[in-house]
Design a protein around this ligand. Structure first.
Ligand code: ATP
Ligand code: MG
Length: 390
């Protein structure tokens, strides 16, 4: 008898012929994330992946906690393996699930039998085991529609599994099945949420952060790294680039009309992020923008930033209220870090009256006033600092 974890993959089931390779990526991701706890074996079996700890001393609570954050898993559950002998199954079910059955008021038994040679059919297993559980736990009642605990028995070829309720998984698609994208990460609330949302769709993340020392502090940069660490608990490793942005911001301040400061800065961010993204095989940029949130996020301003880059820009927060974004940031535990009050380069040299309806031709004229823009961008690009966040 051995305790294992059963993984149900959600959308993967829809992927037809690709399913197997998607499952392989999911297994690779799980393996990488569980490595800190020890070695595990992974077996694909119908629509389930069986995760089995190799050594005895691995704490499955820790393993479940890690797996709950791995994308591509719809549901997971701990399960006990057991010999395919009905007496053993009965004993194992009541001992393995004793605590849960004590605490519950209602239950039902579900049985699945892929080994058709097993002497009892599924409905018989369910009925007999249900009766046995009732005889052991007098307070319990059967509720087939809305039970507090569902005891599931699966009789497979080599052995049986017994498990209680499923735990909800992180959902989404396995990281790495949808290509790579570069998140423009600030220290704010929105961009870590945007990163999480795209990683959930299977995108492997790189990150780009623009820092303007001495206007922005070392602590502001550390805060961004802390946020990325929290996102990496879901997305896996994030290769991060910190771009020295001071000279570019000063050039904007010294050469451009004030009402265009922010929009030009945002365009330059997009251009540099695109260069880095391309060098890292990324096919999209990701930002935390949301329509109407600030002057640089009106549809007119977004149109001006959008065309600065020649690759798709994903803005998963675009139609969300701040409250909705905050709800996700609390869920992924980035909120408390995001609200620490360090300055971002976006808050350096902010115009008093930014244009909310900028016209692209005016923006381009204003931007062209920085004569050595290309040179400054090259210099920033060459002095990028690389950090691996995991
Ligand atoms: P956030 O909470 O993500 O900071 P925000 O409401 O503060 O959002 P802005 O500061 O206008 O919005 O920035 C909009 C988007 O631009 C951010 O979501 C992020 O994707 C990107 N961005 C802003 N500042 C930086 C930065 N210093 N480095 C990289 N990207 C940035
Ligand atoms: Mg911000």
């Amino acid at each position: 008898m051995k305790e294992i974890i059963l993984i149900k993959n959600g959308e993967l089931a829809l992927k037809g012929l690709n399913r197997s390779s998607f499952e392989d990526i999911l297994i690779k991701n799980m393996k990488r994330r569980l490595k800190e706890l020890g070695d595990f074996n992974f077996t694909k079996s119908q629509s389930t992946i069986v995760v089995e700890p190799v050594s005895e001393d691995i704490d499955l609570d820790d393993a479940v906690e890690i797996l709950e954050r791995v994308f591509g898993i719809a549901a997971l559950s701990r399960a006990m393996t057991c010999e395919k002998d009905f007496e053993k199954i009965k004993e194992t079910a009541v001992s393995y699930l004793e605590d849960e059955l004590e605490d519950a008021r209602t239950f039902k038994v579900e049985a699945k039998r892929s080994d058709k040679h097993f002497p009892l059919k599924s409905p018989e297993i369910a009925r007999e085991l249900g009766g046995y559980i009732l005889s052991k736990f007098n307070h319990l009642k059967v509720d087939v529609h809305n039970p507090e605990i569902t005891v599931t028995v699966e009789v497979r070829d080599s052995h049986a599994f017994i498990r209680g309720n499923n735990i909800k998984g992180a959902g989404g698609m396995p990281t790495g099945t949808s290509g790579r994208g570069a998140i423009l990460i600030s220290g704010g609330i929105d961009s870590p949420v945007a990163a999480y949302m795209m990683a959930k769709r299977g995108i492997e993340l790189c990150a780009v952060h623009f820092a303007s020392p001495p206007y922005t502090s070392e602590l502001a940069e550390l805060k961004v790294m802390e946020l990325l660490k929290k996102v990496a608990r879901y997305s896996g490793v994030i290769t991060t680039y910190v771009v020295p942005f001071t000279k570019l911001q000063e050039a904007i301040r010294d050469n451009c009309p004030e009402e265009y400061f922010t929009i030009i800065m945002r365009r330059i961010m997009m251009m540099l992020a695109e260069r880095l993204a391309k060098s890292q095989n990324c096919s999209a940029l990701i930002t935390g923008e949301s329509v109407g949130q600030v002057a640089s996020q009106t549809i007119y301003a977004l149109a001006c930033t959008d065309c600065a880059a020649d690759m798709p820009v994903f803005r998963p927060c675009i139609g969300m209220d701040k409250e909705e974004i905050i709800r996700i940031s609390r869920k992924i535990d980035t909120f408390e870090t995001s609200i620490q009050p360090y300055e971002d380069c976006c808050t350096v040299f902010t115009p008093k009256h930014p244009r909310t309806r900028p016209k692209l031709e005016d923006v381009l004229l204003a931007e062209a006033k920085i004569e050595n823009l290309e040179e400054l961008m090259n210099e920033a690009y060459e002095n990028v600092k690389k950090v691996i966040i995991s």
